[in-house]
Ligand binder design. Structure first.
Ligand SMILES: Cc1cc2nc3c(=O)[nH]c(=O)nc-3n(C[C@H](O)[C@H](O)[C@H](O)COP(=O)(O)OP(=O)(O)OC[C@H]3O[C@@H](n4cnc5c(N)ncnc54)[C@H](O)[C@@H]3O)c2cc1C
Length: 420
């Protein structure tokens, strides 16, 4: 078959890769001049099955409502966005009920564990350097209440194969001495030995190069404007440079997916949730952490990428606005660096690379993979805060579905028909 993947972020590139594995002829089209120009560009760099819980916990919803309009909060709902969130927002609330939340955590964890195994297999298959480290991830907590919630989530995820180790504050410092300055404020944490980290943009671009050598037809700087149907089947797309006909199409346009899907009557329950990152040089600074760290209370992740440190976080409901707002990045930087007083005193934040982008977030948490209900069109979108973690697994599952193979994992809870 000839298959066109629309979107060259993490999930588009991995889908194209696994479609090539299945012997298909594959075109990948992206409106940007290079791969990974949007959400996959400078994310938190974590491959974290340990972070599989959807964001709509009752606690997060309380915080979101309490902090409406507050520029310095890690979760920000802009009042002008409230009308646009109506139906999706109600779903987001509904799925925060404990039984939904537990089920969706398990669904995400299953896909994440599969995906991390595929990443390791891929690294056996090809040489690909994306400053990866397979050394685990540390999660730290200040409040004992948050620690207990995380203990319950970790037990739930353990059933899906996410291994963890509970740590006292002292054991946290043994693992990551850069946190010594905040030891007295910690209540405890967890270490997830199978998690990993790496630069998502480098990964996309290098896998894209490898795929091109395997015959991928890569069309960059070309924007898809319209899905065209014949006899009810999507058989072509119209772009700003012409037309592409294919036997099947995969919509992997991240937060933009609902706009194209709507043209053929598909309403995807996905909204953009903005996040920020700052990337700092820590070359020669002994005070910089080596392990990737998730600070759940402050809603930031901190990841070492070679000589650089990436600090990422915040969730902002601000529509499709991708403006990098200095105050918001300053919040992320401040929250991240507060964990390392010694580093904060010596690192140069003025030269940090500042970035913002939109996570494609479903109202229940898991992504949407596979058939769209319209023949010829498949979906791979809605990965939210877990798109890097899910990329290989989601790509493989969608490639299997298109090729008529049964995916290696149970896909209950991952397909569009779960919404009824
Ligand atoms: C601040 C932040 C931190 C994050 N940290 C992590 C993390 O640590 N771990 C993790 O697992 N996940 C993380 N994520 C989430 C992850 O980055 C995203 O889920 C993932 O990048 C989504 O990938 P994607 O391929 O679906 O979308 P994108 O990367 O946005 O790719 C979509 C592509 O589609 C293209 N496109 C859109 N419309 C069209 C069109 N009409 N025609 C042609 N091309 C089009 C775009 O140019 C883009 O390249 C983070 C996200 C953010 C914002």
């Amino acid at each position: 078959m000839h298959i066109t993947v629309i979107g060259g972020g993490l999930v588009g590139v991995t889908t194209a890769w696994y479609l090539l594995d299945e012997g298909h002829s594959v075109t990948l089209v992206d409106r940007a001049e290079e791969l990974a120009s949007e959400a996959s560009h400078a994310n938190g760099a974590m491959l974290h099955a340990s972070h599989a819980e959807p964001w709509n916990t009752p606690r997060a919803i309380g915080q979101l409502l309490r902090w409406i309009g507050r520029e310095d909060s890690p979760l920000l709902l802009r009042p002008r966005e409230i009308p646009h969130l109506a139906g999706w927002g109600l779903g987001f609330l509904r799925y925060s009920r404990p039984h939904h939340h537990a089920r969706n955590t398990a669904v995400n964890a299953r896909l994440a564990v599969y995906s991390l195994a595929l990443m390791r297999a891929l690294e056996q298959q090809v040489t690909i350097d994306y400053t990866q480290r397979h050394e685990g991830i540390l999660k730290i907590f200040r409040s004992s209440e948050e620690l207990e919630t995380a203990r319950a989530d970790s037990a739930l995820m353990a059933d899906a194969g996410v291994r963890h180790e509970a740590l006292t504050p002292e054991q946290i410092i043994d693992r990551e001495p850069a946190l010594a300055g905040i030891e007295s404020s910690l209540s405890g944490g967890f270490f997830y030995p199978d998690d990993a980290s790496g630069d998502a943009r480098l990964f996309c671009q290098r896998l894209g190069e490898l795929a091109s050598r395997r015959g991928l037809d890569l069309r960059l700087g070309e924007s898809v404007h319209r899905l065209q149907r014949r006899d009810g089947r999507v058989h072509a797309v119209e772009t700003d440079r012409g037309r592409i006909e294919s036997d099947a199409f995969v919509l992997a346009t991240g937060a933009e997916a609902p706009r194209l899907a709507r043209q053929v009557g598909i309403h995807l329950p996905i909204r953009p949730v903005k996040g920020y990152s700052a990337t700092l040089s820590v070359a020669g600074l002994e005070s910089a952490p080596r392990l990737p760290i998730i600070d759940d209370g402050r809603k930031v992740v901190i990841t070492r990428l070679g000589d650089q440190l990436r600090i990422a976080g915040t969730a902002e409901f601000a529509g499709y606005d991708k403006t990098v707002r200095p105050k918001r990045v300053a919040t992320v930087l401040h929250q991240g660096l507060a964990n390392f007083p010694a580093l904060a005193a010596e690192v140069d934040t003025a030269t940090a690379d500042r970035w913002a982008c939109l996570r494609p977030m479903t109202m229940d948490g898991p992504p949407i993979l596979g058939e769209s209900g319209t023949p010829g069109l498949y979906l791979n979108t809605g990965a939210g805060h877990l798109g890097w973690t899910f990329a290989a697994g989601a790509g493989r599952v969608v490639a299997d579905m298109i090729s008529g193979r049964v995916p290696a994992i149970d896909t209950t809870g991952l397909t569009l028909d779960r919404y009824g």
